[in-house]
Design a protein around this ligand. Structure first.
Ligand code: PBG
Length: 331
């Protein structure tokens, strides 16, 4: 209960830094971050992504060094996304099943270099491997077919788990894929491999720079609205989360992040499970663009935004700012 002014003055506890520290309700630390990293072919390659200033694609030999840096900063987990060579993309995304694909080589390189010092999260979806940029298989009408796609995604998940992935993160939004992947992991004795379900993933305009980074943007015709969620829907997100949990997800994710913090809060309150959010590429680009024009101080914008994810109820945040934010937080 709040008393009446002047007995109660809420500014009292804000008056000094020590007191603000004492009363702070939300604490952001490097352990809250999952750092997405883009992998590309070659050796000693760093390719800046034009639409994501400060973000690069790294060759496999460099990627392990990035993971090592992340671990040293206290970041517990990285997320990998491959920029597959054009000649390895196909209609059915078969490269996703290749045990020597870019993703699997990156997983093994990080595991070799970092042991179990850092978690490796891998994205399950076909868009980095298809010539059409969709996350699944198409029928003749160009519709992304659900059940045959789930079969391929299950193979992709097993391929990643065999290479050493710790967390399988299906970002495809097919129905039933969490259950199928969980059963396959159990049957293949990957009982401790986690699933973080992109449970409430919206058909968002904020994914553009990511699609540049994995090279699927120029290929994609149309949109992903027949599988990703309508940004207008909240109740449906709760149904998606309920299903993914019942199918064996260990944690769930809301994506994008900042425009969907109401969904994070509803999920957290309803289910009381580990709930993550993905601050996606367009959100990162927006902050960088704002800072570049002088609309705000970059470091302050970054930390305020990430703190708001924690305040909304996030267990952790996938963010391209992870390394910079961890450095800021570590002083
Ligand atoms: C692919 C995938 C996307 C992102 C993560 N996994 C893009 C999409 O669905 O088109 C977006 C991440 C970002 O924008 O940072 N299934």
């Amino acid at each position: 209960m709040t008393g009446q002014f002047p007995d109660t003055r809420l500014r009292r506890t804000r008056a000094a830094g020590w007191s603000r520290a004492l009363h702070r309700e939300t604490h952001l630390t490097p352990a809250d971050f999952i750092w997405p990293l883009f992998v590309t072919e070659g050796t000693q390659v760093e390719e800046p992504v034009a639409s994501l200033p400060g973000v690069s694609r790294w060759s496999v030999d460099h990627i392990a060094a990035r993971a090592k840096e992340a671990a040293a900063l206290g970041i517990p987990c990285i997320a990998l996304f491959p920029n597959t060579q054009p000649d390895r993309r196909s209609d059915n995304g078969a490269e996703a099943l290749n045990p020597d694909n870019l993703m699997c080589r990156a997983i093994r390189a990080i595991r070799d270099r970092c042991g179990s010092d850092i978690g490796i999260l891998t994205d399950v979806a076909l868009d980095p491997y298809t010539v059409h940029g969709q996350d699944g298989l198409l029928d003749n009408a160009g519709y992304v077919v659900n059940d045959p796609t789930v079969d391929v995604l299950t193979g992709q998940a097993l391929n990643q788990a065999a290479a050493g992935a710790d967390i399988i993160a299906p970002s495809d939004m097919m129905d039933g894929r969490i259950g199928a992947i969980r059963r396959a992991l159990e049957a293949d004795s990957h009982v401790n491999v986690q699933i973080m379900a992109y449970a409430a993933k919206y058909a968002s305009a904020f994914y553009g720079p990511f699609r540049d980074a994995v090279g699927s943007g120029g290929l994609l015709k149309g949109d992903k609205k027949s599988y990703q969620m309508d940004p207008a829907n909240g109740e449906e997100a709760l149904r998606e989360v309920a299903l993914d949990l019942s199918e064996g997800a260990d944690s769930v994710m809301v994506k994008p992040g900042l425009p969907y913090l109401d969904i994070v809060r509803r999920v957290k309150e309803r289910f009381e499970v580990p709930t993550f959010a993905y601050q996606v590429s367009g959100e990162y680009a927006m902050i960088e663009a704002a800072a570049a024009t002088g609309a705000g101080d970059r470091d302050a914008l970054v930390l305020e935004t990430l703190t708001s994810f924690k305040r909304a109820g996030c267990s952790g945040i996938l963010t391209y700012h992870a390394q910079d934010a961890a450095r800021l937080l570590n002083g």
